[in-house]
Ligand binder design. Structure first.
Ligand SMILES: Cc1cc2nc3c(=O)[nH]c(=O)nc-3n(C[C@H](O)[C@H](O)[C@H](O)COP(=O)(O)O)c2cc1C
Length: 143
């Protein structure tokens, strides 16, 4: 039970979808499941390391060894246009370390063009079987 936290609903109005469609909102709120494990909270004592890269490495290694995870290196990459409109898609991480998280893509793609105009991005890893997510935000450089 959450107390003292005001939960509010938001809606994303899809830019390219027809607003004339008669389709009503499909309510999938009941799909929420309780997370596994005895404790719902993640504590500092649960960290493998206080170094974020080492902590990432520990979780990445366990995702790699998890047979339920097909592509532990798949991550969601969010970019934004010069005007700040965000877009996201999946890419594969090729290298990682304190110096950065490397992915390959075509410079002419939408993400490539957006990064040319606005060299900032966010990454999100989510490993469903462990319910762990890691987010990484920062400047982007060509390598
Ligand atoms: C699991 C997964 C991994 C992907 N990995 C890459 C990748 O490493 N590089 C890439 O350019 N596109 C990758 N794609 C395709 C992108 O998600 C995307 O469809 C494509 O790059 C065009 O994106 P954009 O139009 O936003 O630039 C991947 C898709 C999936 C589902």
């Amino acid at each position: 039970m959450l107390t003292g936290i005001a939960l509010r609903l938001f809606t994303v109005l899809p830019k390219h979808f027809s607003t004339s469609s008669a389709m009503a909102l499909v309510d999938v709120g009941g799909m929420r499941r309780d997370y596994p494990g005895e404790r719902a909270a993640f504590d500092v004592s649960d960290l493998a390391s206080r170094d974020p890269t080492r902590q990432f490495e520990a979780w990445f290694d366990s995702a790699k060894q998890d047979p339920k995870v097909e592509e532990a290196n798949a991550m969601c990459l969010s970019t934004a246009s010069a005007g700040g409109a965000p877009s996201s898609r999946m890419v594969l991480m090729k290298e990682f370390g304190p110096a950065g998280f490397v992915f390959f893509t075509n410079y002419g793609s939408r993400k490539g063009r957006e990064l040319e105009q606005n060299p900032r991005a966010a990454l999100l890893f989510y490993w469903e079987s462990s319910k762990r997510q890691v987010r990484i935000e920062g400047k982007v450089e060509k390598v």
